[in-house]
Design a protein around this ligand. Structure first.
Ligand code: FE
Ligand code: FE
Ligand code: ZN
Length: 278
């Protein structure tokens, strides 16, 4: 079974996202936990969340992959930005408890000139505060393109975060973004096996819990992070079909973050389902 979906807008409500997902052939989806500027999140409507949970159970959805606001930076050099990010992370994880058994993905952060080592230590300290709140959620570190001072440009940096978190890291996983690893220099288009072998050696495939399935506008190693539609970028349709069919990735939720409206997502989901080998 291929579990695939896309980003949906949370402003329509939780059950509506589930119905929207069904309408485009999805059986998982992603949503931003609050608007990207990181303002106050809307009060969660208990009945609405219950209705989504019932829908997900009825249609055997894979875990949902919530996404933190992409402006969240728990390792900024600015203490105010950092504190705000940690409070947001904690608040999001408390809210995620209303949707038990799902994933919460976040960008590890940008060290903004302090160096990777300091950045990693700050991320670990944020997670040490936040993870105890994630009783029924697995928190995912996203692999990043390495734009600017992003942490997570290679697997070693994510491994270092996981190690620095200590015991609470049983609640940590990784979300692999195909555009980001390609832009980060990994040959996901030409040698997927080697990339996954390296992931396994450095982090361990058991930590890999979700995939962001995107093509890339730029060449490998560009560190640009500009997503393209499936088959319209430098990774290409064949390589992305190899990703969904790779034995090591079977059963994971695949989330499209391609520049699309709902109808475009619907066609990409249909295309990828047609290329999936049961
Ligand atoms: Fe992301
Ligand atoms: Fe992503
Ligand atoms: Zn991206």
């Amino acid at each position: 079974m291929l579990h695939i979906g896309c980003h949906l807008s949370v402003s329509q409500g939780f059950e509506a996202m589930g119905k929207n997902a069904l309408g485009i052939g999805a059986d998982t989806f992603a949503f931003f936990t609050r608007n990207p500027r990181g303002g106050a999140a809307k009060e969660i409507d208990g009945a609405d969340v219950q209705a989504l949970r019932a829908l997900c159970a009825e249609y055997s959805f894979a875990p949902l992959v919530a996404h933190a606001p992409y402006t969240l930076n728990v390792c900024s050099a600015d203490e105010g930005i950092r504190d705000f990010a940690v409070r947001t992370l904690c608040d999001d994880l408390m809210r995620m408890e209303a949707l038990p058994g799902n994933y919460y993905n976040f960008h590890p952060g940008s060290h903004t000139g302090q160096g990777a080592e300091t950045g990693i230590a700050l991320i670990a300290s944020a997670l040490t505060r936040a993870l105890p709140l994630a009783e029924h959620t697995t928190v995912l570190l996203e692999t990043m393109a390495g734009k600017g001072s992003e942490i997570g440009r290679n697997f070693e940096e994510l491994r270092a975060v996981i190690d620095a978190v200590g015991d609470w890291n049983s609640r940590l996983g990784v979300c692999l973004d195909t555009c980001h690893v390609h832009d980060g220099g990994f040959d996901i288009a030409g040698n997927l096996d080697a990339v996954l072998d390296e992931f396994d050696r450095v982090i361990g495939l058991a930590r890999l819990r979700a995939v962001h399935l995107n093509d890339s506008l730029n060449v490998r190693g560009s560190r640009k992070d500009r997503h393209a539609k499936i088959g319209e970028g430098e990774i290409g349709l064949e390589a992305l079909c190899a990703v969904i069919n790779h034995p090591a990735l079977r059963g994971l939720p695949f989330i499209l973050e391609t520049p699309n409206e709902l109808s475009g997502y619907k066609s990409e989901i249909a295309l990828l389902r047609s290329r999936y080998r049961e």
